[in-house]
Design a protein around this ligand. Structure first.
Ligand code: 13P
Length: 247
């Protein structure tokens, strides 16, 4: 399986910075096209930069960081899946811990959003992961199993869904889960997917949480790590492509 190298730009960058970043990433890929045999790329800019990033895409796909579960209508401040498709997005990140935490998004809402996204032909990147407290209590498997059970919609397949395991305590903290932690959780998630879906062995499982060029090789070497969801390091083309090079 090709690795999926996904950049979550979060709420960063002005228009000039977003343009420069996608240009730099595309330029690096253009110089080393063989990397496309090993990796698929997606960047997820803030909504307001989707149009300008779309205009510069060559070998990278584009995603959004959220979507509404509703169709177009009177929902002030929301963005529909149809709008995302129209502007050229192919992916949408859902259930990120920052949305679960700051916007109190529940698994059921995430499932509804995922259903709407899939219906519009978008591939969802559904994030799951435990907090530090939950890990210390040894509850990480229960937490992740419940998130998988409740935040995945009907009709999940390798064509419309990617799972991202992001331990909350490893996001933006510089603390990365150890290869053994990652191995155990990715194997656990794979088991759940295989038990539930016919193509569960082909659904990509990304790792996210302080991935950088210096730790990417050991993370990618872990079984059932099919790519990375990268926050901070996706804001620098050198680091983002350094991680891809490790794949
Ligand atoms: P960092 O790579 O900055 O830890 O962020 C990970 C993340 O949340 C990606 O969605």
């Amino acid at each position: 399986m090709k690795k999926l190298i996904a950049g979550n730009w979060k709420m960063n960058g002005n228009a000039a910075e977003a343009s420069a970043l996608i240009e730099a990433v595309e330029a690096k890929i253009a110089k080393d096209m063989d990397i496309l045999d090993k990796c698929d790329f997606v960047v997820c800019p803030p909504f307001v930069h989707l149009g300008l990033v779309r205009a510069k895409l060559e070998n990278v796909a584009m995603g959004a960081q959220n979507c509404s579960q509703r169709g177009n209508g009177a929902f002030t401040g929301d963005i529909s899946c149809a709008m995302l498709r129209d502007i050229g997005a192919r992916y949408v990140i859902l259930g990120h811990s920052e949305r679960r935490q700051y916007h109190k998004e529940k698994d059921e809402t995430i499932a509804a959003k995922a259903q709407a996204a899939n219906a519009e032909g978008l591939i969802t990147i559904i994030c799951v992961g435990e907090t530090e407290e939950e890990r210390e209590a040894g509850k990480q498997n229960d937490i992740v199993a419940a998130q998988l059970e409740k935040s995945l919609p009907d009709g999940v397949s390798e064509d419309n869904t990617v799972i991202a395991y992001e331990p909350v305590w490893a996001i933006g903290t510089g603390k990365t889960a150890t290869p053994d932690d990652i191995r155990a959780m990715h194997a656990f998630i794979r088991g759940k997917l295989v038990a539930k879906y016919d193509d569960g062995d082909k659904i990509r499982i990304l790792y996210g949480g302080s991935v950088k060029p210096s730790n990417a090789a050991e993370i990618f070497a872990v079984e059932h790590v099919d790519g990375a969801l990268i926050g901070g390091a996706s804001l620098k083309a050198d680091d983002f492509m350094g991680i891809a090079a490790a794949a």
